[in-house]
Design a protein around this ligand. Structure first.
Ligand SMILES: Cc1ncc(COP(=O)(O)O)c(C=O)c1O
Length: 436
């Protein structure tokens, strides 16, 4: 966790300047950190050059971020009509369309742009819809099949119920491929899986590649040759937080609480991405490339969280205090709802130290659960102190709720410059869709 405090300390001066210029609350994107991550992930191509990386927009779909990634040869992975329109507007060279509930409108747009869009088909019914539209529009469509992989998931657990609704079951694949074969507009190009989020080691990906290898080995040579890619999805773990609760229920939650209490919120550790992906590539070579009559498929990655989580931070101000144990902030849990289940360290930028102090840091909505944290690092809090909550770039700002206070602005810091990349929410944004 000290790494997070160090990070806040490293950027302290620039963050305070940004607050002086733009006010609080603000999300602040450190562009250099994002660029560094782009460089790091692009390095993995030395282990297997035939890799394409797609950024998953839903992690943080700010156009500024997506554009920067596209400029570095990272493509777009989208899952809604807005994201698809955005990727087209940003002139992403390649787009993947994912999701279990693609509507006709979404499929229409994806198929109209089929020169750059690959659709990862999630079900047989969806495939039928794609076939219909491709005929009406007379368009050739490239598709992948999302496979529902059962590697880790205990069938009885809730976790499995959450994930098993995605993708096509193994036993359906040969029938679906036989249907596709008869359709001249549909080009089957590969398999896709996405096996959850915040994975801290490559083991699940390795198991999944083994499963995909088995599926491919069962295909005939003609089908094997068609495979242009294996898409291993996203879900790569990232540091900078501690989970408040755990998917595996009560006991794990208690263990988490114990760790948080005894060891002062140790940040989650993950295998560094280069080692992580290298291990996945080794499995890819062993379980996929070794298959006879397969034609050197691409490996596709779709990271979201990994790119953006560590690069964006929330800056907020103390506006009132009620004694020593309650401070009211000008931000709100509605702007960063993941704090309900993740602990992100909070630093007092106005008076920084490595010492943890207890204080309930309360949001300013009238929501009883509006608590952003129960402690901070720094010296005694005063009114007008600036707090920094670090590593808030993924699934935070873009899943914020419209409730009470305006949603914050976003500032990009780059090479000594500061630029607003999203305005604070205003009256029109909140009420513009209402019919008065
Ligand atoms: C199909 C698919 N690919 C990629 C991702 C990105 O996951 P993450 O942001 O955890 O890397 C997701 C997110 O859930 C997803 O559903």
């Amino acid at each position: 966790m000290f790494q997070e405090i160090k990070k806040a300390q490293k950027y302290r001066k620039r963050f305070i300047e940004s607050v002086k210029k733009f006010g609080t609350p603000q999300y602040v994107l450190v562009v250099d950190e994002l660029k560094e991550r782009i460089n790091i992930i692009n390095q993995i191509k030395k282990y297997y050059p035939n890799i394409d990386i797609y950024y998953t927009y839903k992690a943080n779909c700010r156009p500024f971020i997506c554009k920067l990634l596209h400029e570095s040869d990272i493509h777009a992975s989208v899952s809604s009509i807005f994201e698809l329109k955005l990727a087209l507007k940003l002139k992403a060279k390649k787009i993947i369309y994912n999701g279990p509930g693609k509507t006709r409108e979404e499929l229409n747009l994806a198929i109209l742009n089929s020169d750059k869009v690959i659709i990862n088909v999630d079900s047989f019914e969806e495939l039928k819809e794609i076939i219909k539209i491709s005929k009406i529009k007379n368009k050739k469509v490239s598709i992948g099949l999302r496979v529902c992989i059962k590697t880790n998931h205990d069938v009885k657990s809730n976790y499995d119920v959450k994930w098993s609704r995605f993708g096509i079951r193994r036993e359906e694949i040969s029938y679906i491929l036989s249907i596709i074969k008869k359709e001249k507009n549909i080009s089957f190009e590969g398999f896709h899986f996405h096996i959850g989020i915040k994975n801290r080691s490559p083991s699940l990906y390795k198991k999944s590649l083994k499963e995909i290898g088995k599926i491919i080995r069962a295909l005939n040579d003609e089908e094997k040759k068609k495979i242009k890619f294996i898409n291993i999805g996203g879900g790569f773990g990232v540091e900078g937080y501690f989970p408040r609760s755990n998917r595996n229920g009560f006991v794990a939650e208690m263990i988490n609480k114990f760790y948080a209490f005894k060891y002062n919120y140790p940040m989650y550790k993950t295998v560094p991405i280069e080692i992580f992906i290298k291990a996945v590539i080794d499995s890819f070579k062993k379980d996929i490339l070794s298959i006879k009559n397969i034609d050197n498929p691409k490996m596709i990655l779709e990271p979201g969280r990994w790119f953006v989580s560590p690069c964006v931070h929330l800056l907020t101000k103390v506006i009132y205090k009620k004694g020593e144990h309650y401070a009211i902030l000008d931000s709100s849990i509605t702007m960063c709802s993941a704090l309900l289940y993740e602990y992100h360290p909070i630093s007092n930028l106005s008076n920084i130290s490595y010492e943890m102090k207890k204080c309930n840091l309360l949001g300013s909505s009238l929501f009883h659960i509006d608590i952003l944290g129960k402690n901070y690092y720094g010296n005694r809090l005063k009114i007008n102190d600036i707090l920094c909550i670090t590593s808030m770039g993924a699934y935070m700002e873009n899943v914020s709720w419209q409730f009470c206070k305006p949603l914050p602005k976003i500032i990009a810091l780059s090479n000594g410059t500061m630029k607003k990349i999203k305005k604070e929410e205003d009256f029109n944004y909140r009420f513009g869709r209402d019919i008065f």
